[in-house]
Design a protein around this ligand. Sequence first.
Ligand code: NAG
Ligand code: NAG
Ligand code: NAG
Ligand code: NAG
Ligand code: NAG
Ligand code: ZN
Length: 521
Amino acid sequence: MPGFWLAFVFHFVFCHCQYKYGPERAWNLRSVAELKSKEFWFHDAQRTLYEKLSTPPNQYVAKNVIMFLGDGMSVPTVTASRIFDGQLRGVVGERNRLEFEKFNFVGLSKTYCANKQVADSACTASAYLSGIKANYLTIGVTPDVQLNDCAGARLPQNRLSSLAAWALKGRKSAGVVTTTRVTHASPAGVYAHTSNRDFESDFDVNSFGENASKCPDIAQQLIDGDVGQRLRVILGGGTSKFLPNTQKDVYGNPGQRLDGRNLIEEWQRSKPGNARVVFNRTDLLANDARSTDFLFGLFNASHMAYHLDDSIDTPTLSEMTESAINILSRDHGGYFLFVEGGRIDHAHHETKAKKALDETVQFSNAIKKARLLTNPWDTLIVVTADHGHTVTISGYPDVNNSIAGLNSELSDVDSKPYATLSYANGPDYQKFYQSKDGVVERVNLTTSNIGDKDARYPHGVPMTEETHGGGDVAVYAHGPWAHLFTGVYEQNTIPFMMGYASCLGPGITYCDLQPKVSYNP
Ligand SMILES: *[C@@H]1O[C@H](CO)[C@@H](O)[C@H](O)[C@H]1NC(C)=O
Ligand SMILES: *[C@@H]1O[C@H](CO)[C@@H](O)[C@H](O)[C@H]1NC(C)=O
Ligand SMILES: *[C@@H]1O[C@H](CO)[C@@H](O)[C@H](O)[C@H]1NC(C)=O
Ligand SMILES: *[C@@H]1O[C@H](CO)[C@@H](O)[C@H](O)[C@H]1NC(C)=O
Ligand SMILES: *[C@@H]1O[C@H](CO)[C@@H](O)[C@H](O)[C@H]1NC(C)=O
Ligand SMILES: [Zn+2]
């Protein structure tokens, strides 16, 4: 291992950098003055190089795999969120690192789907969980299934199996955690097969003019499906999809189901062992993982509230992640856990950039918690996004200019201020452009609410909601075989790399080096 010894020598030659700009000081700079120091940049680069040279590849088998999915977490979203987080903490935001930016191995994932250049959360879930790219708006089915093709989605040869199914087959436990409804597209990729992501309840299936008894809804698949019924932990929002329209949940919100089934009660009754249901943070934190075999937590009638908004006794993503790991790690054979920061995407669709950044910081906090609770020698953590968004960081703002605020520069055409963050398209077009003497001009943003949690950010093309972006997204990996995740690759390679590391699934694995030629889970 010559690299290691070289690094050892570096350590002494540049020990100055170790003590003067040790990691704590280097990443948490208190003053922008250091950015103007030649010495700072030299030692900073040497330290980073030293860290790279002293990182041997981890080639153990991954007993546990945790996949963190930041929905819509484009690369500019990550950049802006790290600056946002640093500025809140009073350090130089540009230097700050989110938890997953500390990982040594990063790659780029190409997110387009079988029939769309710019993808949605459904077709991408099939790619990053089941290893096959699918059609826009479909989940867990091959690209032979077209939108709303209920019969096609039921054919066994058209159904894909996710990493959760591979883990269960490999005698591991599996769980799912999200801030959206647990029946929303990304979490549904773990356990469902459907020709339309909007088939969340039988009411939804009916409203598309389809027969629900021939087209099982996603909530029902979570309770009855091969994978769904075996999930040990399910945490998120969405009581309305599980309760009949004659019943209300603990918050007083009515259910949606037409079939009269109370799927929450059915779930609890059907479980062997100790199955617990919780509806608020108090009950989640009071729950004892040591005596819990199965846990179902639903914290809102629909999506969980944004972290920046008021809500009733709602757990954070970090708290849900902790509960899930505490329960899943009771399985000595290991586990697969899927954790989604699902509302980064929703905030972007509303062009509420500040909320998108805050949700990304929450997502990063959950990853920090997972790292504290697991061992990098036996747990692979993969962090990525399903698709990008149209948000950009633009202009030439000064260092330490508030990232969610107005740019320190004015437009050199109309001399009006603009926001550093803006979108290619979005709603509320008239808020940013006005017609004066027959000429369309930009509104003067000086007195706008830019910087508020609910401020919409400026954008170009008017749309009902801001759209996804088609740029590649980053994949950050830590733990066994994390070095496989470098390079630029198709999104559907991701589950096969996780499967290789953990000896799961239909592709080649670390335990079985015989090449397998067909996808046959
Ligand atoms: C960044 O700017 C803010 C607001 O102007 C200021 O309070 C803060 O001290 C600056 N931070 C650094 C690290 O210079
Ligand atoms: C839906 O399908 C079921 C089972 O095939 C059938 O019994 C029922 O009549 C169908 N309902 C409608 C409204 O077509
Ligand atoms: C939490 O939910 C339980 C029902 O599951 C309820 O009894 C309790 O009052 C709730 N706690 C709070 C603080 O709302
Ligand atoms: C559910 O979410 C809505 C919208 O964000 C929020 O207003 C409400 O307070 C939340 N409900 C609970 C029980 O937290
Ligand atoms: C924008 O508004 C501010 C505050 O009202 C004003 O000082 C500035 O001159 C305006 N800019 C333009 C180009 O009208
Ligand atoms: Zn979206």
